[in-house]
Design a protein around this ligand. Structure first.
Ligand SMILES: NC(=O)c1ccc[n+]([C@@H]2O[C@H](COP(=O)([O-])OP(=O)(O)OC[C@H]3O[C@@H](n4cnc5c(N)ncnc54)[C@H](O)[C@@H]3O)[C@@H](O)[C@H]2O)c1
Length: 360
């Protein structure tokens, strides 16, 4: 399988299609993973990363493309799940020829896969890729793109957090609650603004002095703590991981004082089983891929011709989806992460099945 040297078997992972792309002259080695097109063309970004091996690149694309299918399904999009990885150091090998070669491979899938930005790729890269394919979104504003996706990501996280607050405390507001924001980057900054506006008290941390300076100047009422360890151990009601993945791990979960976790970071659960530890400690975890879907909602909207108000309305519905998941979790006696997966699988099966009704 594959044009490189892989011995792995994507068939056993449930993926529809895995495409190995190579252009020796430009140095392109890419893998496009399409997990599901049950709901529509697969959408997911391109990660450009110096993987240690082809196996590592393959494992990542298989994992990420599956995650996108679930995320897109719960975001209510008519899009399936896919992702691509370009194997190599973008600092060393990224070039016009490489990106355009990649664009031609995307085009060759004839719309089964739409690409967008991810780690190591930027809107400017999407503009280059778009010179070879129409199946690309997350483009620059000059090219009809929507621009910074963190605005709607933060809005969606805030909506998911409101639903979690309602589930635990009875009202869909963070007013009077202490919310700990770990990571004051693009999303964390906007989220802090929404929380303060809603009447929450914000405690925050970041490793970047510029981010701390920003908050001191813009929102002097925010309490800053030294690091994430101090934040999770402090007297907070809600924990919002907005930095890196793996925030909910064997060090943080046992000491976490918050009753709710809802944040933007991807892959917050450090390992399988940690969601059960959270549930056993009475901590409500609003699944990351549900609440942080505002960004993908934005790039998906761009495919139709971007309309901010329409996209914002869709991101607002993250409140309803989170509510539904939390109720389902209670009804079925499972952690919210399991309930979210079940709901996504249900939509893929129920709506995907409709393709069997022949139109002509
Ligand atoms: N931007 C989006 O639209 C979007 C969409 C979905 C998910 N996410 C996820 O949300 C998270 C934040 O995204 P972003 O766009 O704001 O990224 P960003 O890089 O702008 O911000 C991350 C912030 O976290 C800080 N940070 C890093 N390590 C830290 C640590 N150990 N403790 C405290 N702070 C630390 C960084 O200094 C930075 O300010 C990421 O995990 C990202 O994958 C973002």
């Amino acid at each position: 399988m594959g044009v490189f040297a892989s011995t792995d078997d994507p068939g056993s992972t449930g993926h529809e299609q895995v495409v190995f792309c190579q252009d020796k002259q430009s140095g392109l080695k890419a893998i496009i993973g399409i997990y599901s097109t049950a709901l529509g063309p697969a959408l997911g970004g391109t990660r450009f990363y110096p993987y240690a091996s082809e196996e590592e690149a393959l494992a990542d694309v298989l994992d990420l493309s599956r995650g996108m299918a679930y995320k897109n399904a719960l975001a209510g999009l008519d899009l399936g799940g896919g992702k691509a990885v370009i194997w190599g150091d973008p600092e060393q090998i990224k070039s016009e020829a490489l990106l355009r070669a990649y664009g031609r491979f995307v085009e060759s899938l004839a719309g089964r896969y739409y690409t967008a930005c991810d780690v190591g790729t930027y809107v400017a890269d999407m503009d280059v890729i778009a010179r070879e394919t129409s199946y690309v979104t997350g483009r620059s504003v000059e090219h009809g793109g929507a621009g910074d996706s963190s605005v709607l990501t933060a809005w969606g996280v805030f909506q998911g957090m409101r639903a979690a607050a309602e589930h635990v405390w009875g009202a869909p507001t963070l007013a009077g609650k202490r919310v700990g924001v770990a990571g004051l980057g693009k999303v964390g900054k906007y989220l802090t603004g929404h929380l303060l506006e809603d009447g929450a008290e914000v405690v925050a941390t970041d490793v970047n002095p510029r981010a701390l300076e920003w908050v001191r100047t813009t929102h002097p009422q925010v309490t800053l703590v030294d690091d994430t360890a101090a934040l999770v151990a402090s007297d907070i009601d809600v924990y919002a991981p907005c930095a890196l993945g793996g925030a909910l791990n064997d060090d943080t979960v046992p000491v976490l004082r918050a009753k709710v976790v809802a944040g933007a970071a991807n892959n917050q659960l450090a390992h399988p089983g940690i969601e059960k530890v959270l549930a056993d400690r009475g901590i409500l975890y609003a699944p990351d891929y549900v609440v942080n879907a505002g960004g993908v909602i934005q790039v998906a909207d761009e495919i139709e011709g971007f309309n901010f108000e329409r996209a914002k309305l869709r991101a607002t519905r993250i409140y309803d989806t989170t509510r539904e998941i939390l109720r389902l979790a209670d009804d079925e006696g499972v952690p919210p992460a399991v309930a979210a997966d079940r709901l996504a699988e249900r939509r893929m099966a129920e709506v995907g099945r409709l393709r069997t009704i022949h139109l002509r």
